[in-house]
Ligand binder design. Structure first.
Ligand SMILES: *[C@@H]1O[C@H](CO)[C@@H](O)[C@H](O)[C@H]1NC(C)=O
Length: 246
């Protein structure tokens, strides 16, 4: 019984093999139909490739949009710090580079370590709702918080405009120095709001004050202090923030 069934299957296979060859032969024999068929197939293949490519491009664009924050800017600003004296050398102007992520109520600036001069890399967060600014010094891994100075920090929409201007070429500016003093340690960072809490979580956090508002602040010998600087911009000029621990 098994043998018979096996033979029957073989016989069917043999028949099946002969059928396509019989179909193929007349197709190969005719001179015109095959060339028409091949151009058709070629066009179809090209169309298919075009479809796949456009799919890849659209898909890639969607993925790119999905994974990058929507309003992320990058810009640099050259500044004249007066150190070059009377004969300003335009080719050697120092510059500050930064990346900024801007949303309706906050801006986060990423300051890379400066080239050719001392300064700390940092993240600077401006919370426009809470009116607070936090500096996370990446060398010290420490956070410093101060009220937002609205005469220095442009509102979000103006920051976006500034960065679109920076993209169109090199921007020359000037330097403004800011002297801040650490006043006290903040044990509970919850009242500082969601954004600053997320930035400063797990880091020592201190409150700061402008030196000119500290009583007797001007008298302290600067050399005896533990200071560091962060250069950044959130306006049409570069700010050199000097933070000193008492
Ligand atoms: C804001 O910054 C400017 C320039 O550094 C300064 O003159 C002004 O006193 C600051 N305002 C506050 C409220 O700290």
């Amino acid at each position: 019984m098994v043998k018979i069934a096996f033979n029957a299957a073989l016989a069917q296979k043999g028949l099946g093999k002969e059928v396509p060859s019989a179909v193929k032969d007349p197709e190969l024999a005719g001179p015109l139909p095959p060339s028409e068929g091949s151009t058709g197939r070629c066009l179809l293949t090209l169309l298919g490739i075009a479809f796949i490519l456009s799919g890849l491009i659209v898909g890639g664009a969607c993925l790119y949009r999905y994974f990058t924050p929507k309003r992320l800017y990058h810009g640099s600003m050259q500044f004249n710090d007066g150190s070059s004296g009377g004969e300003a050398q335009p080719y050697y102007l120092p510059q500050v580079e930064e990346k900024m992520e801007i949303s309706d109520n906050m801006a986060v600036i990423s300051v890379p370590p400066p080239r050719f001069r001392p300064g700390d890399p940092a993240y600077i967060l401006h919370d426009f709702n809470r009116k607070l600014t936090a500096y996370l010094d990446l060398t010290l891994r420490t956070c410093f918080v101060i009220p937002l100075n609205t005469s220095v920090v442009l509102p979000p929409q103006d920051l976006m405009d500034l960065f679109s201007q920076l993209m169109s070429g090199s921007y020359r500016s000037y330097l403004v120095q800011e002297d801040l003093v650490v006043t006290e340690r903040i044990e509970d960072i919850k009242p500082l709001g969601f954004y600053i809490r997320r930035l400063c979580d797990g880091k020592e956090t201190y409150r700061m004050q402008r030196r000119d508002t500290v009583q007797g602040g001007g008298i302290v010998k600067r050399a005896a202090q533990d200071c560091f600087t962060i250069r950044h911009f959130e306006n049409r000029f570069v700010t050199e923030t000097r933070i000193c621990k008492p």
